[in-house]
Design a protein around this ligand. Sequence first.
Ligand code: PA5
Length: 515
Amino acid sequence: MSFENYSKQLVRYPELGFSLDLSRMDIPASFRGEMSGKVEKAFSDLKKLEAGEIANPDEGRMVGHYWLRRPELAPSDELREQITAPLAAVKEFAAKIHSGEIKSPGGSHFQNLLVIGIGGSALGPQLIYDALGSASPLKTWFFDNTDPAGMDRVLEEIGSELDRTLAVVISKSGGTPETRNGMLEAKAAYEAQGLKFAEHAAAITGDGSKLDNFAKSEGFLTIFPMEDWVGGRTSVMSTVGLVPMALQGIDLDEILEGAAAMDEKTRQETDNAAMEMALAWYHEGNGKGEKDMVVLPYKDSLMLMSKYLQQLVMESLGKEHDLDGKVVNQGLAVYGNKGSTDQHAYVQQLRDGVHNFFATFIEVRKPRDGESIEVEEGVTSGDFLQGFLRGTRTALYEKGRKSLTISIPEVTPHTVGQLIALYERAVTFYASLVNINAYHQPGVEAGKKAAGVFLELLKQVRAALGDEAQTAEEIAASLNADAEAVYHCLTHLAGSGQATLEMGESAAADQFAAA
Ligand code: PA5
């Protein structure tokens, strides 16, 4: 591998301090030519999307997350207003919380923030808080699941401070069960401390949604809108991300500016880091996602990047049908955590084991804000971190394992905005290259439906339990239901103390009665 080749394979944006190194992806020069038709179409699709054409045909929606950071690009005054008015309202609300103009009912400044949301309504705020929230005036917690023990853990940490805790409930649809449950659990916890939840709560949701109606009827402090042309997993620069960021004192203008700057670079037809990345994914996975993407940021504060990208990429690209209705089972699996920690976990397999991935290293050039000690003569911890990144990249390549390397100068609102925008655009391009709709999520709906079926059966099984012990098959027969499904209801009821369980020699012989 020559330095000349490395140098040629580097997309650099010096004014952003950003670079993308494609040299370890071994993409033959001819590939660009082979892909030229698809690339041309992807640029044309992008133009149409940014001009406001319906880019999510299944849901009949525009896809407007790129407008959020450049409202002037939105195709109508009405849309521009839907971006600029909430942005001003978010800043005003945060200023009032910080100054104490809006105080907790007990008369103190709000000091904590409880964000209640899931998926696209949680992962962006979690990434931003972890990456940039160290100086936040509001210590932040998340309810991002319907796990009761998980919520108890958060509530225990907040302890008696609930009166000084502002709750922000985020749900675009306003009907997501996990978020509704989190909100009701939070409400009960506030009430248990003699507090009114609504006096501590704000909502972010679509107009007229169940959450919107609930927040209005309860008298929440405020409600921020979320528009249907912003998808959940691309909503971090809408009110979904902006409200927590503003409350955490994070410079949201800089995040928006960083994203806008990257958007501009990734509109150009040459030296386009997002298109190069999408092509690299395509080449490595044969346009079918045959290789997983391992994301390795060598910086603790970017650890949630892989989790964030897992959702952004997999929920967007993991689709059964293409836009022509053909079964394609597309996708690109993403996992990762952080370097160099992962060298002591799965990197062993990456180098020597099954070859089913490519890596993406994220390098942050500035090691830390202050001075460094020498941990060995002439060597700092930061030198080690860099050494491990470079070493792992080389060790993988020696074994024919490919990698991309993204470099940024430091973790700031601007660079985090750039990274998010880069990946959003790469997803947009890749979706065009493989001809799928990246903006719907039918698989998520299927899971929700199946959960509903389980809950309905659970009620019937609970009612069918009596004093006399019965097997799952006996109860299933009385309900005309599937025995295995009934068995899972029964073990859940036993686990939560609502049924007794006497173990038999097999699951079929287990006996259950009302507790
Ligand atoms: O990206 C998506 O669309 C999803 O992950 C949603 O964000 C998630 O399901 C939560 O939806 P909602 O904001 O409607 O509660």
